[in-house]
Unconditional design. Structure first.
Length: 167
């Protein structure tokens, strides 16, 4: 694998275009895994997700941010940090294409999110994950995330995790 470059969508047109493709891919796979799919086109998406995808640049505007991982010219993963309030940000859409997993790409994306969170003074990070993704839940726990109460109300069952950035 070539060197992995992490680009922020607000700084890179190619990252913005790749993000749109990767986010749709991620939510379609998540829907299928959780029994809500298939979502074959953007018209199939729930309104909440369609709104995010339709305007990623504004949804992830500062102090939020969204990143895309590339190897050469190929987008291989994505992930973002979304502002919830002055102290808390939501980790969103951390995704790495199957053939690039287990190579540290997700960790690089998380490191970009951690750095942005600290840069903007967030004290807490939260994430929600469909319960079928036990390997992902375990990965977040290895990063120091712990179970928390739900921070949003959505139509499906989720596992809610949080991490303090104060230590």
């Amino acid at each position: 694998m070539h060197r992995v470059a992490i680009e922020r969508i607000s700084d890179s047109e190619r990252a913005l275009q790749a993000a749109e493709e990767l986010v749709f891919e991620y939510v379609a796979i998540t829907a299928a895994e959780s029994g809500r799919g298939p979502w074959n086109t953007r018209d199939d998406l729930p309104e909440r997700i369609a709104t995010e995808l339709a305007d990623l640049i504004n949804f992830y505007s500062s102090p939020s941010g969204f990143f895309v991982a590339f190897t050469g010219d190929s987008p291989i993963g994505c992930g973002g940090l979304h502002f919830l309030n002055e102290e808390t940000a939501d980790i969103r859409r951390i995704y790495v294409r199957v053939e690039y997993r287990e190579r540290g790409v997700a960790r690089r994306l998380m490191d970009a999110c951690f750095a942005l969170a600290k840069e903007n003074g967030f004290r807490h990070l939260v994430v929600d994950i469909v319960p079928q993704r036990t390997d992902v839940i375990d990965w977040y726990r290895r990063l120091g995330f712990v179970n928390i109460d739900p921070f949003e109300t959505i139509e499906i069952e989720m596992v809610y995790l949080g991490k303090s950035l104060l230590s």
